[in-house]
Design a protein around this ligand. Structure first.
Ligand code: PLP
Length: 405
């Protein structure tokens, strides 16, 4: 009721609205509707939440990425009709597989969800009794081998469904660790550099022992080529986040690869209920949103977007380094979040403020700006910003740094 009253209050504030509210004619009503719909309800403000400029990147806590209007249109399209959920996933899976030139695909609940259902499918195959049994893996092969340097909290997606993780450092150790319980080899693309075993050797080991290989590529678009590269290279399953570089729904993701494994993964997903994956539901709106986001991403002019990011980062960098004593470094992470990124440092004898304090002032200022960093530097990217916001960020960082000189 409060909200309706608010709308009426704001309508009453409009010069011509009083007369509309007083009449009952159809024409007047439709005019009222037009006025109401043009007054966009400000939910975040109503809830007392501050929005912010995202100069940090694709963080779940900051709600990932913003969806383009084509994605939002796909989501609202989906909201107006009923459709059979399995049929929808079948068709969208085929479409995505065609677009990404891989054997099969499905829309999952994020990359984490893709890892869990992919793992569950490998544990059980298509045996309905085994599907019901998870996370109890009695009578199943349940060991997953990963490189020690690929250890990451997200591997919980694998153990959650019942798998046991076995860690190795070298290819030799990996071969030794293979037992009659080994069911999968898991690779974390973000840590490719840290691991001794690289992609091709990892896949070759999987093939040699007839064990499926899975690669987590959650934050590995851009580059767009990665959407094709790892299935073609020979990984049996490849997972991406939907709400990072792809700018789809944050709670969606992609599982790509071998049909037999993806069909087994689907056995664990809704509408089926007696499964470990029931809580990892992807609704029809998100399935369509994910498809639309992927199509849009594939059509995008990636070179042009890259140039835009570079010039945005340069603008902020120039602005920050115009303050005496401030230095910056533009870098591109090789794996994961592969976008132009900025690190700003300064001599605290000349600029008398700590990086944490700068970040706090950016966050608490108007508008609020979220960044990353540590005790030595402030870090930024522009890829999750709305174009134009880089000017605000450039101005604010200079203001804060120069006021500490
Ligand atoms: C973000 C991330 C995940 C989780 O992805 P969601 O899409 O949020 O479920 C898994 N692995 C890595 C390496 C990530 O960066």
């Amino acid at each position: 009721m409060i909200n309706r009253r608010k709308v009426i209050q704001s309508l009453a504030a409009l010069p011509f609205a009083g007369s509309l509210l007083g009449t009952n004619s159809l024409a007047a009503q439709s005019k009222t509707a037009a006025v109401v719909s043009s007054l966009r309800r400000d939910f975040f403000k109503e809830l007392g939440l501050r929005t912010f400029i995202n100069a940090a990147g694709t963080y779940t806590s900051m709600t990932g990425s913003l969806m383009p209007k084509e994605v939002i249109e796909a989501i609202s399209y989906g909201a107006d009709e009923y459709v059979n959920l399995d049929d929808l996933q079948d068709k969208v899976g085929e479409r995505i597989a065609e677009l990404l030139e891989c054997e099969y695909a499905t829309v999952s609940s994020g990359c984490f969800g893709a890892m869990s259902i992919g793992m569950a499918g490998i544990l059980t195959g298509k045996d309905p009794e085994k599907v019901k049994q998870l996370p109890n893996t009695e009578g199943m092969k349940n060991e997953v081998i990963i490189q020690e340097s690929h250890t990451i909290g997200y591997a919980q997606a694998l153990t959650n469904v019942g798998a046991k993780v076995v860690k190795v450092k070298t290819a030799k150790q990996l071969e030794k660790a293979i037992t009659d319980k080994t069911c999968m080899l898991w690779f974390l693309n973000a840590h490719t550099d840290q691991g001794e075993i690289k992609w091709e050797e990892f896949i070759a080991l999987g093939k040699k022992y007839n064990i499926p290989t899975f690669i987590d590529c959650a934050a590995d678009v851009p580059p767009v080529e990665n959407l094709f590269r790892f299935t073609k290279m020979g990984f049996d399953l490849v997972a991406f986040s939907g709400g990072k570089g792809l700018r789809g729904p944050q709670s969606a993701g992609l599982l790509l690869g071998k049909r037999e494994y993806i069909e087994a993964a689907r056995m664990h997903t809704p509408p089926r209920g007696e499964t470990i994956g029931r809580g990892m539901k992807v609704n029809k709106e998100e399935v369509l949103g994910m498809l639309a986001a992927l199509e849009l991403y594939l059509q995008k002019d990636h070179d042009q977007e890259w140039k835009m990011w570079e010039s945005q980062i340069q603008l902020i960098s120039d602005s920050a380094t115009s303050v005496a004593g401030v230095e910056s470094e533009i870098h591109v992470p090789k794996y994961a979040n592969h976008v132009p990124s900025l690190r700003i440092r300064w001599d605290e004898k000349k600029v008398k403020i700590s990086p944490n304090e700068v970040r706090k002032q950016l966050r608490e200022g108007h508008p609020s700006i979220q960044t990353v960093g540590d005790s030595k530097s402030v870090g930024m990217t522009t890829w999750m910003m709305v174009p134009g916001q880089e000017r605000i960020v450039a101005k604010r960082i200079k203001e804060i740094l120069s006021s500490a000189v």
